[in-house]
Design a protein around this ligand. Structure first.
Ligand code: GLC
Length: 472
């Protein structure tokens, strides 16, 4: 079977039974070569998903502490590692003598308290966790997929791995958090992806990372580590059949990536691979606390924490956590440019979510329940925003024969201007969530829309059918 036919079969046309049949016959259409792997198309589910939840959960969730210095990219690089706002970097910051984390740790737990002593506390806290509560929360927020840290840089795995850490025994949870969350997430109709820190594993290194140049130098390059990382990824694929292989930082040079990727695509044909394996090959790119400023053809996914950290940081409050109106505007902006938003939630050790993070997820979910038709399953239009950017910010998306126009800030009622478009007679314009179409008129290069009352405090969406013509 040629690759194109395989994809038609595996990605949609075929039933699950046919897929199972294919694999039962021992068919393995992807070969471990870059040429073969490059024929893998980015699947529709991932293009259409637009919004996923990233979960950083691990031993660092126990101390849950970092200096909330600022967002990545907005902090002076020289300050980043000693005042690292990423709470999941707790162990690295602790290893930097004189850091605020080292001081906090000594005061709270005693200076001889080993980081890995958080293990029994974490294992105890997760025992009563209900994955269905977490999955319902993410589903209610509108997420279509979830990506969980299965091993972060500290080397602790969230599944009882059969691959033993050669340096540090007992470095897994006793409960299978990955399997339990995967089942709950899939039960809600969402896809489940796995994050794995292939590039950094601090059980293989003892020197802390003090600057950005150190990161590459701390990727363990021993054959032993390469085999360990490969075995972990193989285990994740076999056990959980993840929809996303979300590797972080880099990968040991001796790792067998083409073999791993072929195994993945042959197991999960509509799976996707991120761009952090240190090779050019990827289904999507991953700007972090960053986004592209125009429509970018290569599929991309912007990730960020709700605050300045991925792991839960108990110090963070409203000053650090993104406001609901900004979060909604961020999602719309990303989607208009062909991106997905992978929004991170940092659970407490027992799997519960802080009030402020819950608040943002609920508000986003409420907004998506009304406006999601202009977000999910859409494509970028011919442009992401109007040519003349005066007045309130507008972003476009496109689906079927409709154009969606979102006003990122709450517009002034009763009338809004959509610049640079010509609508044909008979065009129907509706404020998303309204029960009826609304009046509009063409005035030169603009369409003026009577929105009556402003529908809510967040971005407002209009559906315009058929899609108008864009003016230069
Ligand atoms: C980074 C960080 C990390 C976080 C991740 C998420 O590279 O090291 O803590 O997991 O990106 O994108």
């Amino acid at each position: 079977m040629n690759r194109r036919a395989f994809h038609r079969a595996a990605l949609g046309v075929a039933s699950g039974a046919l897929c199972r049949g294919l694999f039962a016959q021992g068919s393995a259409p992807y070969e471990p070569t870059w040429a073969s792997l490059k024929t893998h198309p980015v699947p529709d589910w991932y293009r259409n998903a637009k919004f996923g939840i990233f979960v950083h959960w691990g031993l660092y969730s126990v101390p849950a502490w970092a200096v909330p210095t600022g967002e990545l990219g907005k902090v002076e690089p020289g300050k980043w590692f000693i005042d690292n706002p990423y709470a999941e970097w707790y162990l690295n910051t602790l290893r930097i003598a004189g850091s605020p984390t080292a001081k906090h740790h000594a005061e709270t737990y005693g200076k001889d308290f080993d980081y890995y002593n958080f293990r029994p506390m974490f294992n105890k806290a997760v025992a009563a966790w209900d994955p269905n509560v977490m999955a319902s929360l993410f589903h209610g927020a509108g997420a279509r997929y979830v990506v969980l840290t299965t091993k972060h840089h500290d080397g602790f795995t969230l599944f009882p791995s059969r691959v033993k850490n050669p340096r540090h025994p007992g470095l897994s949870t006793t409960r299978d958090l990955v399997g339990d969350l995967a089942a709950a997430v899939r039960g809600k109709g969402m896809k489940m992806g796995t994050y794995y820190s292939g590039g950094l594993d601090w059980t293989f290194t003892s020197e802390p990372i003090r600057n950005f140049a150190d990161i590459r130098a701390r990727v363990p390059q021993s054959e032993e580590y390469a085999q360990y990382a490969d075995a972990h990824w193989r285990e994740l694929i076999e056990r959980y059949r993840p929809a996303v292989m979300w590797n972080d930082i880099d990968y040991p040079k001796a790792g067998k990536l083409p073999q791993l990727f072929a195994q993945f695509y042959n197991t999960v044909p509509d799976g996707v691979i991120d761009n952090r394996f240190g090779v050019e090959f990827a289904d999507f790119t991953t700007p972090e606390y960053a986004k592209y400023d125009k429509i970018t053809e290569k599929k991309w996914e912007s990730c960020r924490g709700l605050g300045f950290s991925f792991g839960y940081n108990q110090v963070e409050g409203p000053e650090q956590v993104i406001a609901a109106d900004k979060l909604i505007a961020l999602l719309v902006d990303i989607v208009s440019k062909n991106g997905n938003l992978l929004l991170n939630v940092g659970p407490k050790p027992d799997g519960s979510i802080s009030e402020i993070q819950l608040d943002r997820l609920h508000k986003l979910g409420d907004w998506l329940a009304v406006n999601g038709e202009g977000i999910f399953d859409t494509h970028p239009w011919v442009r992401a925003s109007p040519p003349a950017a005066s007045g309130p910010q507008v972003r476009f998306t496109h689906k079927g024969d409709s154009l969606y126009a979102f006003f990122l800030e709450r517009p002034e009622a009763p009338r809004v201007t959509l610049p640079g478009v010509v609508a044909s007679e008979g065009t129907a314009v509706r404020v998303l969530g309204a029960g009826a179409d609304t009046k509009w008129e063409q005035q030169g290069r603009d369409v003026l829309v009577n929105i009556g009352q402003t529908p809510g405090p967040y971005a407002m969406g209009l559906r315009i059918t058929p899609a108008p013509r864009a003016l230069d």
